[in-house]
Design a binder for this molecule. Structure first.
Ligand SMILES: Nc1ncnc2c1ncn2[C@@H]1O[C@H](COP(=O)(O)OP(=O)(O)OP(=O)(O)O)[C@@H](O)[C@H]1O
Ligand SMILES: [Mg+2]
Length: 317
């Protein structure tokens, strides 16, 4: 059914109605229209003009309908992507909780039970062999200190790396020191980023620091687990006033990204960087190492065209 005559643009679709010219609007209504004054008849050219205008009108409505359908589809797929991303973030958090639970339940508990037994031994020795009791007590004290220093700190660190409150650089240094025995790691920071990341007056938002840290954690774990690399280079630099880029490059065995199945590591990088409005990519080829590029805007969680351009330009050396 054709729509009723309308003056001016359709409020739901402004382009609809624009084709109906003023000239046409001055014309009387068609004889069979309920608005038509009786006895008025249109001439043949007027009918043709009206038919053409109505055809344009119908086509625009059809176009409007298809645009709405397309937008609806896009919106639905974005909602679905968001839902899946939330699921993956929950999965990553669950994996982290499991790791902490295993650490506390396994290692910490075993060490505490051993210390508890040794203290019992001490109690028995107090009446018979004072010197031995003192020695066992000293050992137990050291063991408890080790539990505090290593296991409890590790669990706290897994939950939140408090060192990022000082800055990205100390956090990265503390992270890479864990891997110093496995490959050579070089960290390069451009002077502009170093100024922003000043421990006394840090201008890098804390959420951006945490994303950089978590992404690097996944990247370096991947190098350790999969790459068989001897060298890793990490580079941090400012891109413009409010964007930071990070490159993590290794000289390992590489992989075929088109064939490998992303696990939680790359997926959580995608989710974290995506949620912050940043961009990322990993380039690799068999026997040619891997290179991860990440670009993050400070604060704005919107897709950043500037960073997309930088990412497109970035080449694996
Ligand atoms: N630096 C790298 N060198 C070689 N292969 C890599 C590297 N980074 C990633 N990969 C490959 O990409 C795959 C996906 O990595 P991702 O971190 O997503 O999952 P994963 O490490 O296999 O498992 P998870 O991170 O869930 O424990 C890896 O299995 C590995 O084949
Ligand atoms: Mg991984």
């Amino acid at each position: 059914m054709l729509p009723k005559r309308r003056r001016g643009p359709n409020p739901l679709c402004p382009q609809v109605g624009a084709a109906v010219t003023d000239e046409l609007l001055q014309k009387p209504c068609a004889p069979d229209s309920p608005d038509s004054p009786s006895g008025e008849n249109w001439s043949a050219p007027e009918n043709t003009l009206m038919a053409q205008q109505l055809e344009i009108y119908a086509r625009e409505i059809q176009q409007y309908y298809w645009d709405q359908r397309r937008l609806e589809k896009e919106l639905r797929s974005q909602v679905e992507e968001l839902r899946q991303s939330r699921q993956r973030i929950v999965a990553v958090e669950e994996a982290l909780r499991k790791e902490i639970a295993e650490l506390l339940h396994g290692r910490v508990q075993t060490r505490l039970v051993v210390a508890w037994h040794k203290l019992g031994q001490c109690l028995d020795l107090l009446d018979t062999d004072m010197l031995k009791a003192k020695s066992v007590l000293r050992q137990t004290r050291d063991e408890i200190d080790l539990i505090r220093e290593r296991d409890v700190r590790q669990a706290a660190h897994l939950l939140h790396p408090s060192v990022i409150q000082i800055g990205v650089r100390p956090a990265i240094q503390s992270l890479v020191s864990t891997y110093a025995d496995f490959f050579k790691i070089t960290v390069t920071v451009d002077p502009q980023f170093a100024r922003m990341d000043d421990p006394l007056d840090n201008h890098v938002p804390e959420e951006t620091r945490l994303i950089i840290y978590r992404v690097l954690e996944e990247a370096i774990t991947n190098v350790y687990r999969h790459a068989k690399a001897t060298e890793v280079r990490i580079g941090l630099s400012m891109s413009g006033e409010k964007c930071v880029t990070m490159v993590v490059e290794d000289n390992g065995i590489g992989f075929d990204a088109s064939r490998s199945k992303p696990g939680l590591g790359l997926t959580s990088i995608a989710d974290r960087v995506g949620a912050a409005g940043g961009v990322w990519k990993i380039d690799s080829a068999l026997d040619h190492g891997a290179c991860l590029f990440v670009g993050l805007p400070f604060g704005a969680p919107e897709p950043n065209r500037y960073l997309h351009r930088i990412a497109a330009r970035h080449q694996v050396p």
